[in-house]
Design a protein around this ligand. Structure first.
Ligand code: NAD
Length: 276
């Protein structure tokens, strides 16, 4: 494995702290994008059934020639496949599309409380783990009430929760709740979908460190102990986003970024009220 930071999960597995996100990466580009990332040194890819590119991701992984245990693959069960039996079928379909015998980490994509099925879906993930189809199980977009319900009903705590998290929406309360429960935090839309790259405070830090805005923001996630999955389909940006291990932010930099939080800084849907 390349020398890069990993985060140990509560089930003993270790996830590379920096991965490549592939949301909105077309399936027919996914193999070459994943190939470029693996060549750069990435060892962690974040996909989902809903991204409709698991096939391309699997092809990119195979073509890389890397040993299976060198690369960490996350996928997710989509809302339409929630429920015990449908989630188990969805995991089998993901395995097939990815051409894998085991998924490293499988997440419930959204709690979708309007559907009332996330507890049954969690039981399916537990079963898939028992059957060896998935190595680790976690969730995405869960709020504290959703986390506590699945934990108290099953006794199984998700290893991580993948949530919207960037300098403009820092999720301090949920991160504290995670830490109290032994759940790691993974940041989605870590660059604010690119919107944060033109922020003047970030630009000032980039100038101070002789780095790009994207590198400063990714470094903030790493220095905050978060697992981070920036997305790009452009090989030069994929490389730029991985070239973040040679510098660190100081206390003053972290304070400047802490000040960027906004109560209404969320870009994506609110997990509690979203109905999809
Ligand atoms: P992001 O914050 O990673 O921003 C990506 C955008 O920033 C790119 O499309 C590009 O326009 C720009 N960008 C990236 N690197 C750049 C660089 N070096 N220079 C200039 N511009 C650059 O946004 P995202 O894709 O929404 O989030 C990352 C990943 O998180 C996704 O691909 C997906 O894997 C995951 N995600 C998960 C959920 C969920 O519900 N679990 C939701 C959204 C995203």
């Amino acid at each position: 494995m390349t020398d890069q930071p990993r985060v140990e999960l509560s089930d003993g597995a270790a996830i590379p702290q920096l991965g490549l996100g592939v949301w909105q990466t077309p399936n027919d580009e996914a193999a070459s994008v994943v190939g470029a990332a693996l060549k750069t040194g990435y060892r962690h890819i974040d996909t989902a059934a809903a991204y409709q590119n698991e096939k391309g991701v699997g092809e990119g992984l195979l073509a890389s020639g890397l040993a299976r245990d060198e690369v960490f693959i996350t996928t997710k069960v989509w809302n339409d496949h929630q429920g015990y039996d449908s989630a188990l079928r969805a995991i089998e379909a993901s395995l097939k599309r990815l051409q894998l015998e085991q998924i490293d980490l499988c997440l419930i994509h959204w709690p979708a409380p309007n559907r009332g099925l996330y507890l049954d879906t969690w039981r399916a993930l537990i079963k898939a783990q028992e059957m060896g189809q998935v190595r680790s199980i976690g969730v995405s977009n869960f709020e504290v009430e959703h986390l506590d319900r699945i934990i108290s009903e099953t006794g199984v705590t998700p290893v991580l929760n993948q949530i919207e998290l960037h300098p403009r929406f820092q999720q301090t309360a949920l991160r504290t709740a995670h830490a109290e429960r032994g759940i790691k935090t993974e940041s989605w839309s870590p660059l604010g979908q690119g919107q944060l790259l033109s922020d003047p405070a970030i630009a000032a830090l980039a100038a101070k460190h002789g780095r790009t805005a994207a590198q400063v923001i990714i470094r903030w996630h790493l220095d905050s102990g978060l697992i981070v999955i920036p997305k790009s389909v452009t090989p030069s940006r994929i490389a730029e986003n991985f070239d973040v291990f040679g510098f660190k932010l100081d206390a003053e930099d972290l304070a400047a970024i802490a000040a960027l939080h906004q109560a209404d800084g969320r870009i994506g849907p609110n997990p509690t009220t979203a109905t999809f």
